[in-house]
Design a protein around this ligand. Sequence first.
Ligand SMILES: *Cc1c(COP(=O)(O)O)cnc(C)c1O
Length: 317
Amino acid sequence: MPQPSKDIAMNLHFETPLMESRPLSVLAGRSIWLKLDALQLPGSFKIRGIGHACAVYQSQGAQRFVSSSGGNAGLAVAYAGRRLGVPVTVVVPETTTERAKELLRLEGAEVVVHGSSWQEANQFAQTLLGPTDAFLHPFDDPLLWHGHATMIDEVAQANLKPDAVVLSVGGGGLLSGVVEGLQRNQWHDVPVLAVETEGAASFHAAVQAGYTVELERISSVATSLGAKRVCEQALRCAHEHPIQSLVVSDHSSLAACERFLADHRILVEPACGAALSVVYDQAPVLASYSKVLVIVCGGATATIDQIRTWAGQLDKS
Ligand SMILES: *Cc1c(COP(=O)(O)O)cnc(C)c1O
């Protein structure tokens, strides 16, 4: 076996394709550009920030990475640990799908099943932490935002200044990273359209209230957007950068997943379908922009069968 590299400058993510989508541009009657982070090996953009954070924590002496995410954040930690040669433990609740557990084990992570909710799994994960362990938060860590911001650096290096950026919001890590990227490339005037699904709209609630609020419960199939409360940084971004909050339905998000698969042969989670649905549903807000960049954030935890099952259940209800 080759020795894993310990070089902190080593990127664990790829520079992803940036392309103008013909089907989406024709549909929307304007230029729609896609940043295809769905193509990252662990399935989503999360490896940008988590890969960066893991490399930094390793350089500071961490000998194990611990996560409590059975979703794309946990997958990114597992992948980063394998690449860096650091063992990974992921604590997940009993509700986690077999598929997610299999994907985590495929990356060589130790999967510990504990509790009936994410809160219980997360509390247990905290009790496991020793002095040489690093806990990787899924969205609330400045190291994550620095890493996520590289996706905007790549767009700037391609000399493509969009009129607006469309992305989805869960806990607000992606939003915080993209705003950091826009600002460090002097694109203060490029607004962000921040999309959530009904039942997971914790950023929308925070913007309305003027402070972060905790949703009572999450009721959306876009599980990767299911943070009950966004990080404070997300709200700070809303004060320091032009951001418009949009809320779409699960139905629209699922339909966007199907259409994107047909148009570009890439399967994404409903969490990502939410952002794409703004284009597929020709949201009126797009009328003010002629060149729109959509962050195709990806997602590895849903299958096409699952997406169709959810869509069928919504049709019946
Ligand atoms: C994590 C995730 C999001 C939301 O990102 P936050 O940083 O939590 O806002 C959106 N889409 C996918 C596929 C994700 O994995």
